[in-house]
Design a protein around this ligand. Structure first.
Ligand code: PLP
Length: 359
């Protein structure tokens, strides 16, 4: 069975098997990791190792803090402006699909939002060209979403926003899918449930000087500087999520790191897009070529009346969760790190067979 879910998504089988082995007796402790104090020696050592492994994988410079937070990416749509923008400040937002639009609406109560660019008029089928962005040099930060999970568009380069305005990126659906130049960003954040681990955990990488921003009056629990000072243990963290994230980081290192993942992810996406484009119009992907996502591949069938049969037969063939997002319909195959090339080969073979049988 291959799982193409957009999120919560498949985890690497080796990670699940290791978690299963550890479930009742983690690390010789006689209990599950979920049943142990986050202040205990074992957990602290695991947490430190997870951070060290992530730092090595992503080559995170020392002047960045790594935080293991909660609340989902959505909570941080609001918490980022609370922390990075003072009263009366404005921030630039680039809108390239559903999630960046949601980031805007959740930020509005806390910052004056300047929508610097939006591709909504083009139905988000391409990315807003960099030369169309109306950036404000006085903005508190520039926010964008490198991969739009629902719309299936992805930035393949880090945009140059010039000057000293920090770039903030919601990497929820493409973190760890390729090497990334962390020093180009002020803040990176990601909900864990695609390429990291279970939902409920949020990973944040933040340049330490931004922790000094006053933001606005707020409870300590909302302040990133407090979380950094407490090593992400200001309150009880998501211990299970943190532990599984640590297993994923180890797995990624064993695979050869992010360069290897990038090559695999490129090969997977190319195989599927080639099958769609080469189907003579039986399957279609509407996204401009240069903006196509490697992680979330949308496609429609030439006749929507076949959708139900496609979904039923694909599931029976062990190809799970191909139904597109309800806002867009059609199909979507999510090809995160845990999905091997073999899964995409099986999908492509099924698609070819389906098109022959259903004419
Ligand atoms: N941002 C992106 C790019 C997403 O794909 C998602 C969906 O999972 C979210 C934000 C929302 O994340 P969460 O459900 O963790 O709040």
């Amino acid at each position: 069975v291959w799982n193409f879910s957009a999120g919560p998504a498949a985890l690497p089988l080796a990670v699940l098997e290791r978690a299963q082995r550890d479930m009742l007796d983690w690390n010789g402790s006689g209990a599950s990791v979920m049943e142990q104090s986050h202040r205990g020696k074992r957990f602290i050592a695991m947490a430190a190792q997870a951070e060290a492994d992530l730092r090595e994988l992503m080559q995170i410079p020392a002047d960045y803090a790594v935080l293991f937070l909660q609340g989902g990416a959505t909570q941080h749509f609001a918490q980022i402006p609370m922390n990075l923008a003072g009263e009366g400040d404005s921030a630039d937002y680039v809108v390239s699909g559903h999630w960046s639009a949601k980031a805007v609406s959740e930020a509005r109560p806390y910052v004056r939002v300047n929508v610097a660019a939006s591709n909504e008029p083009h139905d988000f089928l391409q990315l807003p060209p960099r030369d169309s962005w109306r950036l404000d040099p006085g903005a508190a930060y520039v926010h964008y979403t490198p991969n739009e999970t629902i719309h299936g568009v992805e930035f393949h380069d880090i945009p140059d926003v010039g000057g000293t305005v920090p770039l903030v990126a919601d990497l929820s659906s493409n973190i760890l899918s390729e090497p990334l130049e962390v020093s180009r960003f002020g803040l990176i954040y990601a909900g864990a449930q695609k390429n990291i681990g279970p939902s409920g955990l949020v990973l944040m990488i933040i340049r330490r000087d931004l922790l000094q921003r006053a933001g606005r009056p707020m409870a300590r629990i909302f302040r990133y500087a407090e979380h950094a000072a407490a090593d992400s243990m200001l309150n009880t963290p998501n211990t299970w999520g943190w532990y599984v994230a640590g297993l994923t980081f180890q797995w990624l290192k064993e695979q050869g790191g992010l360069g290897t993942m990038a090559a695999r992810n490129r090969a997977k996406a190319e195989l599927l897009y080639r099958a769609i484009d080469g189907s003579g119009g039986y399957y279609r992907n509407p996204i401009e070529l240069s903006a196509r996502s490697r992680m979330n591949v949308r496609f429609t069938l030439h006749d929507g009346a076949l959708d139900a049969a496609f979904l039923q037969e694909s599931e029976a063939a062990g190809l799970l969760a191909l139904k597109g997002h309800k806002a867009l319909g059609g199909m979507r195959a999510s090809l995160y790190n845990a999905v091997p090339l073999e899964a995409v080969e099986a999908l492509v073979a099924f698609m070819r067979d389906f098109s022959q049988r259903h004419g």
